[in-house]
Design a protein around this ligand. Structure first.
Ligand code: TPP
Ligand code: MG
Length: 592
């Protein structure tokens, strides 16, 4: 029986690194003798983890026992993947490290998608997993999985603690590694015998990371060279990514763009790091980016990349990307420099520090011709849709959400068309406002990420703009939102399709819609069954009042918008093409 083998995994008499039976300690000293599980809890508190996400199982029971009366808010998801996305959403919304705890074997395996999502987007998470007893490792023990082996490629760092004396140091290192340099998820695997072993703690815990160096200050000469290039440039473009958010460098970015007078385009993860309502904003670039951003990049003479990694969804065909540009690349991660696109002026370090220095050396230039040209592209090819359609256009719903929330909501997304329409039609005004799975493109991310974000920002309006099929993947987490009375909103852009897959099939596979739709439930009924509010909207004229009702709702609320089924996302750069080769510009031009 499962419970039996589980309980037998826990030694009845805890072992101790001091040797059982020889604990001749004074009462004062005894006060500092702790079980491994208590050391974990104390370390979490010391690291400022006031909220953690986790799901129990046999080998983490010693830890859960210590959490029973710990002064930490505990959120239990319905699935460990959901919990990991919650920790991720919490981290993205707050700027703090998200913490997730899972049991060995199946629990740890369920974290993989969440860790990979965080890894691709450089999000700081510390995951703690239980492991079978040290002596059983490698024995195909019950619920044993090689967690460090499985998660090595999806974590910035991971390690297994085999001796309780290393526990406090390893946890301290985990938080440090997760939150410094290029941030990312770190996993610590802790066998159950280590969690119950006793250890005499005391004194400061020193980290031992001789090979881990974080460069923060940029090279002064490189910064001056970059400033000179900016001052000379006639057609510059600032291209910024999630690194601005990670570095909390939004203010420095604004100062640079204003002082030097630079147009700014953002990656999906960069959206909001520059106020999109400003005339210098070119909005998102890349595959579903704006025509004006893509044209500007292709015609610029200087591309200033900050905290962005020249991802293929941004560059399209690399050999034709920004063909006339000298490239400056400011990034904390030296490995990102010249990885896919050759860089002329690299500056390695913290974006906040480097932009702060750079802004001192740049000069204002009007660049009238360049800004006029950009204004023409903006006028000719704006993001738009048929406003007179009788059906519910998803873009209209998002426009209306943006209008009613006054650009101020925290928005999470699913993956697919819903995500791209959100990126195009919600105009973000500050960092940490759009929370979306960029690098991995993880369907099912939106709802749990919204839960994490709402926990981090209890007073914010948090809206998950989701796809029907993305929502299907983790919708059980609605129960978590209900349990904690979180006023999150879920707006399902319900086209009945895996819309983005269908769009590709329409354009590149002769409209052969192979397996890109599944039967959906009635989401309003699902919402109610899980204790949330459920609203269905199938008429265009009902959209504004449904959004108003949703925003007034204090309980978790799901709105199922039955949108136009075969709407497409325009423009679109076909995979592998140059970013100036956009499909759908004729459609945008005719609707402009
Ligand atoms: C976990 C996962 N599986 C598969 C995919 C591939 N994929 C990308 S978009 C998409 C369709 C998404 O459908 P839906 O959530 O309804 O969004 P829509 O495009 O219709 O807005 C699929 C299957 C993915 N990104 N993530
Ligand atoms: Mg869909």
């Amino acid at each position: 029986m499962k419970s039996k083998s589980n309980s037998s995994a826990i030694p009845s008499t805890p072992s101790t690194s001091l040797g059982t039976g020889s604990l001749r300690t004074s009462p004062a000293e005894q006060a500092t003798i702790k079980a491994g599980a208590q050391i974990i809890v104390d370390c979490l508190i010391e690291q400022g983890a006031d909220t953690i996400f986790g799901y129990p199982g046999g080998v983490v029971l010693p830890l859960f026992d210590k959490l029973y009366d710990a002064p930490i808010r505990f959120i239990e998801p319905r699935h460990e993947q959901g919990g990991c996305h919650m920790a991720d959403g919490y981290a993205r919304a707050s700027g703090k490290v998200g913490v997730m705890i899972a049991t060995s074997g199946p629990g740890a395996c369920n974290l993989v998608t969440g860790l990979a999502t965080a890894m691709m987007d450089s999000i700081p998470i510390v995951a703690i997993t239980g492991q079978v007893r040290t002596e059983l490792i490698g024995n195909d023990a019950f619920q044993e999985a090689d967690t460090t082996g499985i998660t090595r490629p999806v974590t910035k760092y991971n390690s297994i603690v085999k001796d309780v004396k290393d526990l406090a140091r390893t946890i301290k290192e985990a938080f440090y590694i997760a939150s410094t340099g290029r941030q990312g998820p770190v996993l610590i695997d802790i066998p159950v015998d280590v969690a119950v072993a006793k250890y005499q703690t005391g004194g400061p815990v020193e980290m031992e990371l001789p090979g881990y160096k974080v460069r923060t200050k940029g090279h002064t000469r490189q910064i001056s060279t970059a400033a000179q290039a900016i001052n000379k440039s006639e057609r510059p473009v600032l291209y910024v990514g999630g690194g601005i958010t990670s570095a909390n460098a939004g203010e420095e970015l604004r100062a640079l763009a204003e002082k030097a007078h630079l147009p700014v385009t953002m990656t999906l993860l960069g959206l909001g790091s520059f106020d999109q309502r400003k005339p210098e904003s070119l909005d998102m670039l890349g595959m579903h980016g704006s025509a004006y951003a893509n044209y500007a990049v292709q015609e610029c003479d200087l591309l200033i990349a900050v905290g962005a990694r020249f991802d293929d969804r941004v560059t399209g065909k690399v050999s034709t990307f920004a063909p006339h540009a000298k490239i400056i690349h400011i990034d904390i991660d030296p490995v990102s420099i010249s990885k896919s696109v050759r860089v002329d002026i690299p500056v390695v370090g913290d974006a906040k520090a480097i932009l702060g220095e750079l802004v001192k050396e740049v000069e204002y230039r009007e660049r009238k011709e360049w800004f006029d040209k950009i204004a023409d592209w903006k006028k000719k090819f704006p993001f738009c849709y048929d406003r007179d359609a009788s059906t519910i256009k998803p873009q209209y719903v998002i426009d209306e959400i943006c209008r009613q929330t006054k650009n101020d909501a925290i928005v999470t997304t699913g993956v697919g068309q819903n995500q791209m329409w959100t990126a195009q039609f919600y105009k973000f005004i500050r960092p940490r406002q759009l929370i979306s799975s960029g690098g991995l493109g993880t369907m099912g991310y939106g709802l749990p990420a919204a839960i994490g974000a709402q926990i981090a920002k209890p007073d914010a309006t948090v809206i998950d703009i989701d796809g029907d099929h993305s929502f299907n993947m983790t919708m059980t987490e609605l129960a978590t939102a209900v349990e904690h009375s979180l006023p999150i909103k879920v707006c399902i852009m319900n086209n009945g399709y895996m819309g983005m897959v269908r769009q590709w099939q329409e354009l590149f596979y002769n409209k052969r819609y192979s397996k890109s739709y599944l039967q959906n439930p009635d989401y309003a009924v699902v919402a109610r069954a899980l204790g949330a509010v459920g609203i269905t909207v199938d008429k265009k004229q009902d959209v504004p009042k449904a959004i108003k009702a949703m925003l007034a709702e204090k309980n978790p609320c799901v709105v199922d918008f039955r949108i136009e089924r075969e709407e497409n996302v325009w423009p679109m750069v076909p995979a592998g093409k140059s970013i100036s080769e956009m499909n759908g510009l004729d459609i945008l031009e005719s609707l402009a």
